[in-house]
Design a binder for this molecule. Structure first.
Ligand SMILES: NC(=O)c1ccc[n+]([C@@H]2O[C@H](COP(=O)([O-])OP(=O)(O)OC[C@H]3O[C@@H](n4cnc5c(N)ncnc54)[C@H](OP(=O)(O)O)[C@@H]3O)[C@@H](O)[C@H]2O)c1
Length: 254
C-alpha cells in the first residue's frame, strides 16, 4: 500500500519559484497541491481550512519570517524558501513551533550541488590563507551578494575557527572592485542575462589555487531539495535551518 499523499499549500504561487514548486507538488506522486496563494489573498485567514499540513513559502526577501509565523499560528508547517530569514528569526520560529507542537524548515538554497559546494569549502577553509567568492546570477535577482555567497563566507570563517586557524586577513584595500568583505572573504557579484546561478569559491596558498565551482541552469535543480525539505518539515519538531538538518549532516553553524 502506498503512503498517503502529503498535502502542501504554496504561498507566492505565481512567482518563479512558487510556480515551479506548485507544479512539482501537483505532479509528484508523494504530494498533493492543497492551495495556491498569491499576493492579495487573505491566506492567513483560510490557511487552517485548506487541509494542508505543510506550506511552501516563496515570496519577497524580508517577508519569510512573518509568513512562517502566520503559517505556524494557522497550524501549518512552513518550508521557507524566501531569502533573508536571519538565524535569530529561525530561533524565534523554532521556539514558537515547539510551543505549538509543530515543525518546519528554512532553506536558503535548495540545490544539493550548492550544499555540497559549501561543504567542500568548509573542508578546504582551514588549509588556505586566502579565499574569495565570485557569484553570478540572472539580472532579475534583487539582492547582492547572494545569500548563498554570504552564507559560504560565514561557513568558511566558522570552519577556520573550529579548526583553530587564524581568521582570514582580507585585502584591506578601499577599492570596491576588490569585492565586499564578509568573514574575511572578498565577495564579487555579477548580474548577467545569460546566467541562471553559479558560484566559484577560490582558495589560494603560496603557488597553488584550489577552486570549488557550482553552476545551475534552471530551477529544476531545486526539485530534489524541495522534495526532501518538504517531507522533513512534515515530520520534524521545531524549525531548523538549511539542508544540513534535512540531509542529517549536522554540520555546526556559526
Ligand atoms: N531557497 C531557494 O533555493 C531559493 C531559490 C530561488 C529563489 N529564492 C527566493 O525565493 C523568493 C521568491 O523568488 P522568486 O524568484 O520566485 O520571486 P518572484 O518571481 O518575484 O515571486 C515572488 C512572488 O511572491 C508574491 N508575493 C509577494 N508578496 C506576497 C504575499 N504577501 N503573499 C503571497 N504572495 C506574495 C509576488 O507577487 P507580486 O508579483 O504580486 O508581488 C510574486 O508572485 C526570493 O526571496 C528569492 O530570493 C530562494
Amino acid at each position: 500500500m502506498s503512503a498517503p499523499k502529503l498535502r502542501v499549500a504554496v504561498v507566492g504561487a505565481s512567482g518563479r519559484l512558487g510556480a515551479f514548486a506548485a507544479k512539482l507538488f501537483a505532479e509528484h506522486p508523494r504530494f498533493e497541491l492543497a492551495a495556491r496563494w498569491e499576493r492579495g489573498d487573505d491566506w492567513p485567514r483560510v490557511a487552517r481550512d485548506c487541509g494542508a499540513s505543510v506550506a511552501f513559502e516563496a515570496t519577497r526577501a524580508g517577508l519569510g519570517f512573518a509568513h512562517a509565523r502566520a503559517l505556524l499560528e494557522a497550524g501549518l508547517r512552513p518550508v521557507v524558501a524566501t531569502s533573508g530569514v536571519t538565524p535569530t528569526e529561525v530561533r524565534e520560529l523554532d521556539a514558537l513551533a515547539r510551543q505549538l507542537g509543530l515543525g518546519g524548515v528554512v532553506v536558503p538554497n535548495f540545490s544539493l550541488g550548492a550544499w555540497l559546494m559549501q561543504r567542500a569549502a568548509e573542508l578546504a577553509a582551514p588549509h588556505f590563507a586566502q579565499a574569495e567568492i565570485v557569484e553570478a546570477h540572472h539580472t532579475r535577482k534583487a539582492d547582492s551578494p547572494s545569500g548563498t555567497a554570504a552564507d559560504t563566507a560565514r561557513r568558511i570563517a566558522a570552519a577556520r575557527e573550529r579548526a583553530g586557524a587564524p581568521p582570514l586577513a582580507p585585502h584591506g584595500r578601499a577599492q570596491p572592485a576588490r569585492g565586499e568583505i564578509q568573514g574575511g572573504v572578498a565577495l564579487h557579484s555579477l548580474r548577467l542575462d545569460g546566467v541562471y546561478a553559479r558560484q566559484e569559491v577560490l582558495f589560494s596558498g603560496v603557488g597553488e589555487l584550489f577552486t570549488v565551482r557550482h553552476e545551475m541552469g534552471g530551477p529544476e535543480a531545486f526539485a530534489p531539495g524541495i522534495e526532501l525539505a518538504t517531507l522533513f518539515a512534515a515530520r520534524t519538531s521545531g524549525v531548523q535551518l538549511g539542508l544540513d538538518a534535512v540531509l542529517g549532516a549536522g554540520a555546526p553553524r556559526s
